[in-house]
Design a protein around this ligand. Sequence first.
Ligand code: GLN
Length: 371
Amino acid sequence: FAMGGSTENSAYGPTKNPHSLFRVSGGSSGGSVAAVAYHGCLAALGSDTGGSVREPSSFCGVVGLKPTYGSVSRHGLMAMGSSLDVIGPIAKTVEDAEIIFNVIKGNDPMDSTTLSDSLINNSKKENSSPNDQNSSSQISSTKKMTIGVVPELMNKGGIDPEVLKNFNENVEALKKAGHNIVEVSLPNISYSLAIYYILMPAEVSSNMARFDGMKFGSRVEGDNLLGDYVNTRGELLGKEVRRRIILGTYVLSSGYADEYYYKAQEVRKLIALDFKNAFEKVDAIITPTAPMPAFKLGEKSNDPLQMYLADIFTVTANLAGSPAISVPSGKVTITDPDGSIANLPLGIQITAPHCREDILFTLGKEIEGKL
Ligand code: GLN
């Protein structure tokens, strides 16, 4: 059901990281990402509700794109958080991700939340980049961009020192390549993880209601109708799924909805506005994709809050609907418990205005070329 950032909640067991079998592949699309990383396939698709394409891509050293909300049909996708979910490609290069995105994007009459094709394809004209001389032209790879770094996210602490070092090296490299790096404020961004973990469970609790063992899904019989529901949902749904259903039901329940769900909706609007304002000043925003490299299997499974913190940089794009990409940005060498040396990949995340995936591809290719 696409929950969690480590693929340890999978009904089929955890997916190990191809770069170190002691470590998680990230999640929730860790299986698809690991398959691409160990060259089991050329590319894969994943759904990204709060980072499930980008975070595992960062942990396994591949490219993961979360497209603009509404630019790819979700017809046939199992819904997690309907206002956040989007399908995106996982690939070995930015160019491959771009090719796949161009194939899967577009309006679909079977998914009424998809945007019009003119928005998806021609928005470069409507939504010009602040530093574009000629807004209708595609940004060429030689064009110098203004790239924002967010102090509210970077100065907060909690980021692994190796991740921070690698991020700063990439910032320097982008500067050297002629791009203009500026600080850009997203005043409400520090609420994003809390907001995500209110809105997402609310939507999960509603989307998961169909798995009642009656019309949908398997059934574990009880003594009566209520017993059927209780047994089915209690026994067949995993712990993380049940946790989110309970959390979501709580924040939506009468008496608490105003305090949590509706308040979170208001703050979400402010976060989206923060991004809109920031993109008046910059072409793109960069952050690390995750605050740490791939962690050890079991390291966070008993501490949901620690697990949720891994999503600090990724949930923002889902809340704002913006496109974001994770591109491999370097490696960190670690010693595994058996004494072997592993080179764990790190990722850099680029976020752009709605329907400006072209900016992600241009900058992503540049970052890719430097390594
Ligand atoms: N780690 C996030 C979560 O657990 C990502 C989920 C997703 O994008 N499907 O909610």
